[in-house]
Design a protein around this ligand. Structure first.
Ligand code: AMP
Length: 195
């Protein structure tokens, strides 16, 4: 297996930036498996597992679930993938998670190819999240939780953009526009390197 068999792309950005939608499209376009830690946690909540019961309280508050739980979940998924061809959506969210991911990938002879940041102004994010609350009824999309999630993003996750920028892996993409317009920009940002 050569390094080219592996491909690891991160989709980053604040809550409401459109990570889930773009991750879906990009994963099928590039033949990558989409791993969303938020979706995995929501599946636990729906399944009524112990982890789900503990996670729901934290998710509803807008805070982050503990690094250990998240890293274990991601490790279990990457462990069964060979080659590793993955699009990570909503992970990593802390420096501890980013360092754990690097170590995990290195142990498989893989590494991160690119980190795409979807850039959307905060006023637009709040508008989108409140709209999603009405449409999907996600219990962590109410106004208080949205504010907490935004603050958590700025404090804990945004610093990771620098972590990837200094490695030359960050691609910032304007996240305003139709799904198709944003997707074209995402593909354009990635296209230069591997395709
Ligand atoms: P998301 O669907 O990515 O917005 O995630 C929904 C919620 O799940 C977040 O607000 C966190 O409580 C939790 N969560 C998802 N991914 C992570 C992660 N990588 N680290 C910690 N908590 C997470």
């Amino acid at each position: 297996m050569t390094d080219r068999d592996h491909e690891v792309v991160l989709l980053m950005g604040p809550p409401g930036a459109g990570k889930g939608t773009q991750a879906n499209l990009l994963a099928s376009e590039r033949g990558l498996e989409q791993l969303s830690t938020g979706a995995m946690l929501r599946a636990h909540v729906q399944g009524g597992t112990e982890l789900g019961k503990r996670a729901k309280i934290i998710m509803d508050s807008g805070a982050l679930v503990s690094d250990d739980i998240i890293i274990d979940m991601v490790r279990a998924e990457l462990d069964r993938m060979r080659p590793i061809r993955v699009l990570l959506d909503g992970f990593p969210r802390t420096t501890v998670q980013a360092e754990a991911l690097d170590a995990l990938l290195a142990s498989f002879g893989a590494g991160i190819d690119s980190a795409i940041e979807l850039v959307v102004p905060e006023s637009e994010l709040v508008r989108r999240l409140l709209g999603r609350a009405a449409a999907e009824g996600r219990s962590d999309d109410n106004e208080d939780t949205i504010r907490t999630r935004m603050r958590v993003y700025l404090d804990q996750t945004r610093p990771l953009l620098d972590y990837y920028a200094v490695q030359g892996k960050l691609r910032s993409v304007d996240g305003i526009g139709t799904t198709g317009e944003v997707f074209d920009r995402v593909v354009g940002a990635l296209g230069a390197e591997r395709a």
